[in-house]
Write a protein that binds this ligand. Sequence first.
Ligand SMILES: Nc1nc2c(ncn2[C@@H]2O[C@H](COP(=O)(O)OP(=O)(O)OP(=O)(O)O)[C@@H](O)[C@H]2O)c(=O)[nH]1
Ligand SMILES: [Mg+2]
Length: 167
Amino acid sequence: MGAGKSAAIKVLSDISVISTEAVNTDTEAHSKYLTTVGIDYGEISLDDGTKIGLYGTPGQDRFDFVWPVVCQGAIGIVILIDHSRNDRLQNLEFYLNAFKAYGHNIVIGVTHLDKKDDQVLKIYRDWMALYGYQYPLFGIDARQQDDVLLMIETLIASVEVQSRLIV
Ligand SMILES: Nc1nc2c(ncn2[C@@H]2O[C@H](COP(=O)(O)OP(=O)(O)OP(=O)(O)O)[C@@H](O)[C@H]2O)c(=O)[nH]1
Ligand SMILES: [Mg+2]
C-alpha cells in the first residue's frame, strides 16, 4: 500500500488514467489520503504501435479478490515495494507469493528510495538469493516515467525471449 502503483500508471499512460481511488479509511496501514479500491487502467503504445494495457491493483489485501481478475491474460506483473516501510521484506514475500500464482514474468521495483544505491537493494537481492528467486530488481521512483518504463521494457523483453525459445 502506497508503494506507487497508481503513480506509476499515471506517469506512464498515454491516455488519461481511469482510476478508482477513494478516501483511505485504513489509516493504521498507511497515512495516505487516497487509496485504490478497484482497478486503475492506463495504456501505453510502443514504437511498433502495439498497445499495452496497464492495470493497477489495490495494495490492501482486503481487496485481494481483484488480483486474479487483473492478472488473467497479463503478459507480466510489476510488484512495487515501498523501501521506507519496516516490513518491506515481509511485503516482498507476501506479494511475491500471492502473485507468482498468476504468472512468472515478474519484475520488482523498490520505491521510496532517497537515492539510488546498490547497497540499499542488497537486502532484497540477498532475500531472493536465499529463496532461489532470480527476478529482475530495480530501485525506482514510481513518479519517474523512465524508471517505470524500464520495468515494462524488461517484462516485454522477457516475453520476446521466451516466445523465441518456444518457436
Ligand atoms: N518519495 C517518493 N514518493 C513516491 C515514490 N513513488 C511514489 N511516491 C508517492 O507515494 C504516494 C503513494 O503512491 P500511490 O501511487 O498512491 O501508491 P499505490 O501503490 O497506488 O497505493 P494503494 O493504491 O493505496 O495501494 C504518492 O504520493 C506518490 O506520488 C518514490 O519513489 N518516492
Ligand atoms: Mg493506488
